[in-house]
Design a protein around this ligand. Structure first.
Ligand SMILES: Nc1nc2c(ncn2[C@@H]2O[C@H](COP(=O)(O)OP(=O)(O)OP(=O)(O)O)[C@@H](O)[C@H]2O)c(=O)[nH]1
Ligand SMILES: [Mg+2]
Ligand SMILES: [Mg+2]
Length: 302
């Protein structure tokens, strides 16, 4: 009985204390619109992560543990076009929402988004830029999953990591993109030979691995050509080169039904130029792509 009383007193005391606290803190917020709460100082713990001016801002995301994710969702080997299509569709959704992205490049489970040098989006704060890109991409990946994978259910929520890298010159940025495309080429050539040896050559995965140990690109091309009559250069460009997304002006013709005063309703054809994201699967290491799309890169600073 005594214990019960003590507990009751204690909870009454707690409630009183709580109500006092709520009233006093409410006071802090409402007494004057200029007043700041005593907690305001914690803002100062935030660090300034704004990206250096005059640099391209690259946000690269990459699927978390996609080796396992691909196995569990029965991705075809070495390349799954449903998976690549979904990656590209999600990247388009990122670009559509963030117009300062001038080019994006994707392969395998990764995508890089390049913001123009002069972008002032989110005050160039790295964390804001990166989280917007990665969250928009991730939610799109899940949202559009069924459109690409049909009856294959999504078994668990996939995750993507993100990083921000700054490149001060066009030369650096082009080398960055060349690095990613070279990576795509190296991995795809290896995977193509590896899975051809397994799927068409009847080798076990261990035997195929042993066979490829120490081989150069020329050796891999030779195995494909002489043993399987496959010319690697004729393999699909999306797998060899990856995916490049850029903005391009596209003429769009729409028919509108209009009615002028004192006239009957008529169909009027209107043509306008619209900015659209276009997909390419070409070489971006050489000069040609950059000459054909000279507006992507800004002039280097003097
Ligand atoms: N079968 C198949 N697997 C793919 C495809 N695209 C990506 N993957 C898998 O995804 C992996 C991506 O490589 P990484 O990003 O280096 O490795 P990860 O397993 O995602 O690991 P972390 O990125 O470090 O979390 C590849 O090694 C493949 O196993 C595809 O089209 N088909
Ligand atoms: Mg990954
Ligand atoms: Mg990867």
């Amino acid at each position: 009985m005594r214990i019960h009383m003590v507990i009751q007193k204690r909870s009454l005391f707690d409630r009183l204390l709580k109500s006092c606290f709520v009233q006093s803190s409410a006071c802090l917020f409402t007494s004057s619109s200029m007043a700041k709460s005593k907690f305001e100082y914690v803002r100062n713990f935030e660090t300034d992560d704004s990206c250096l001016r005059n640099c391209y801002i690259v946000v690269r995301l990459d699927g978390r543990n996609f080796h396992k994710f691909a196995d569990q969702h029965k991705f075809t080997k070495p390349n799954d076009n449903r998976a690549l299509g979904l990656m590209t569709h999600s990247a388009r959704s990122v670009m559509a929402g963030l117009e300062d992205i001038v080019i994006a490049y994707g392969q395998s489970d990764e995508f890089s988004f390049i913001f123009k040098k002069t972008s002032t989006l989110f005050k160039r704060r790295a964390s804001k830029l990166m989280t917007h890109v990665v969250s928009q991409f991730s939610s799109s990946y899940v949202f559009y999953w069924k459109e690409f994978f049909g009856d294959q259910p999504l078994l668990y929520p996939p995750g993507f990591d993100g990083r921000v890298v700054l490149y001060p010159t066009n030369h650096n940025l082009r080398d960055y993109l060349s690095w990613r495309q070279a990576d795509c080429h190296i991995n795809n050539l290896y995977n193509t030979v590896f899975w051809t040896l397994v799927q068409k050559g009847g080798l076990t995965t261990t035997e195929a691995e042993d066979r490829l140990k120490g081989t150069l690109a020329a050796d891999k091309n030779e195995i494909l050509f002489s043993e399987f009559n496959i010319n690697y250069n004729n393999e699909s460009a999306i797998h060899r080169k990856g995916t490049i997304l850029i903005w391009e002006m596209q003429e769009e013709t729409v028919t509108k039904r209009t009615k002028l005063p004192c006239q009957e309703e008529t169909d009027v054809t209107v043509t306008r130029n619209r900015r659209r994201v276009r997909e390419h699967h070409c070489d971006i290491i050489g000069e040609q792509f950059w000459q054909e799309h000279a507006d992507i890169l800004e002039h280097d600073n003097p």
